[in-house]
Design a protein around this ligand. Structure first.
Ligand code: ZN
Length: 439
């Protein structure tokens, strides 16, 4: 890919940032998370070692639009034993074995009754599926289909040491004040247990993007949300409705560590500046990518883009949710994601931020015919690189379209020249008195 080296993030954007993000994922991987509970608190506390996260606790029973913050779920142990006392399913070996949000249970059951509470994936018989039952009280276990097929008539002991009690919904928020109150919203879900691409990759990329902005003084303000899927964004929107007008651009980060090309799911608006910025960056990256129009399912963009808010929030992924067989199974593990993919994803987000930070309009102060670039030393300013022709074209495009109407992103889109080169051309022309930034 062409190197896009935005001025944001330079403090931590090092060669091994992919490894650092992978390291954070490895630390978070063993934790059993859900939409509420101590797994989320533990996760946020680890993220807090990287960024000064503010942790919010919203009580169970709080009304949030048409929803209610649920009871808090915590789990300590769970297993199924056969009549000989052998553990055939053990939560301590994989937290995917438990149906997430299972109610406590301790009883003896027949094979037939046990089977009503077992979930498997016949099409991938070695993998354990990930299943949840948040709003419908139930209990259950997930296991490989191969193991399921070996179960015999027996009296089984099922034990789930969990609690479903009034408590809190916990989420993390990190706000970076920029020169302007206009906000860029970055959101990721934090509610999945040991799953890597769908969940931890988004957390890792968002955490390190936030970390990269920590030392910077951006033009825009940035708000990072680490929230449980659906109920987290509904809760945040319900409690922060008055300030959502400041959100000018937003991205949901998910599925960012697999080997697939990029997928950008556009905001409901479809042609918001964020939609254009992401597509511009992806096009100029030279990397494989595609875009999808908004659909009202997927991640938290569906709440941010609900008609009562209609915020310009898209979702940037590599292979989308549900489009890879490992999705929501034990095979979405630390081997499925790679540091180099995380690093590439991080770099794309940073390049999008760079566009949002620098997408301004300029006025050509010498609009009657082309100004003579040579006598101003502007050809020399191009340097001796082999991209001279592109840089010269960039100057001509910027001069011609800087009539106060077109932004630098418009000019990059129209010219096919990367935003970074267009921005550099605008900088050079401004320094030579040929352009003035519009307010
Ligand atoms: Zn998921």
């Amino acid at each position: 890919m062409k190197t896009l080296t935005p001025d944001l993030g330079s403090t931590i954007y090092t060669e091994d940032i992919g490894r650092q993000m992978y390291g954070l994922m490895s630390e978070l991987y063993p934790i059993c998370r859900s939409i509420t509970g101590n797994g989320i608190r533990q996760t946020l506390n680890i993220i807090k070692e990287h960024i000064p996260l503010e942790i919010h606790e919203v009580p169970s029973g709080t009304a949030v639009f048409d929803w209610t913050v649920p009871k808090e779920w915590n789990i300590r142990d769970a297993y199924v034993k056969n009549s000989k006392g052998g553990k055939i399913i053990d939560f301590k070996k994989s937290n995917l074995h438990i149906l997430n949000y299972s109610a406590p249970v301790k009883k003896k059951v027949s094979l037939a009754e046990l089977k009503e509470h077992l979930f498997t994936l016949p099409e991938y018989p070695d993998w354990i599926p990930y299943r949840t039952s948040y709003y419908n009280e139930n209990w259950g276990f997930c296991m490989s289909h191969n193991q399921f097929m070996t179960l015999k008539e027996d009296e089984y002991e099922v034990f789930i040491d969990s609690s479903l009690e009034d408590g809190h919904l916990t989420y993390g928020e990190y706000y970076i004040k920029g020169e302007k109150p206009d906000e860029v919203l970055m959101s990721c879900h934090i509610c999945h247990p040991s799953l890597c691409n769908d969940n931890l990759s988004g957390i890792a990329v968002a955490s390190f993007l936030a970390k990269s902005l920590y030392a910077a003084t951006p033009r825009m303000s940035y708000r990072f949300l680490f929230i449980p899927g659906s109920i987290g964004s509904i809760t945040w929107l319900s409690q922060n409705e008055a300030q959502t007008g400041r959100i000018k651009h937003g991205l949901v980060a998910a599925c960012l560590g697999d080997a697939g090309g990029f997928t950008y799911k556009k905001s409901r608006k479809g042609d918001a500046e964020i939609d254009r910025a992401v597509m511009n960056v992806l096009k100029n990256s030279g990397l494989e990518h595609k875009s999808l129009d908004f659909i009202p399912f997927g991640y938290d963009e569906r709440q941010f883009c609900s008609p009562g808010f209609n915020l310009p929030v898209g979702c940037l992924m590599r292979t989308p949710n549900g489009a890879y067989p490992e999705y929501h199974t034990s095979a979405d593990n630390m081997e499925f994601v790679k540091p180099e993919h995380l690093k590439e994803s991080f770099s794309i987000f940073l390049s999008v931020f760079f566009v949002l930070e620098n997408n301004k309009r300029y006025l050509n102060l010498n609009p009657k015919c082309e100004p003579q670039l040579g006598k101003r030393g502007l050809y020399k300013a191009l340097g001796g690189g082999k991209n001279n022709r592109e840089k010269e074209m960039a100057m001509l495009w910027v001069l011609n379209l800087s009539d106060g109407h077109y932004s630098l992103l418009d000019i990059s889109d129209k010219s096919g020249v990367s935003f970074q080169v267009i921005k550099e051309a605008a900088d050079a022309l401004s320094q030579h008195g040929l352009l003035r930034e519009m307010q």
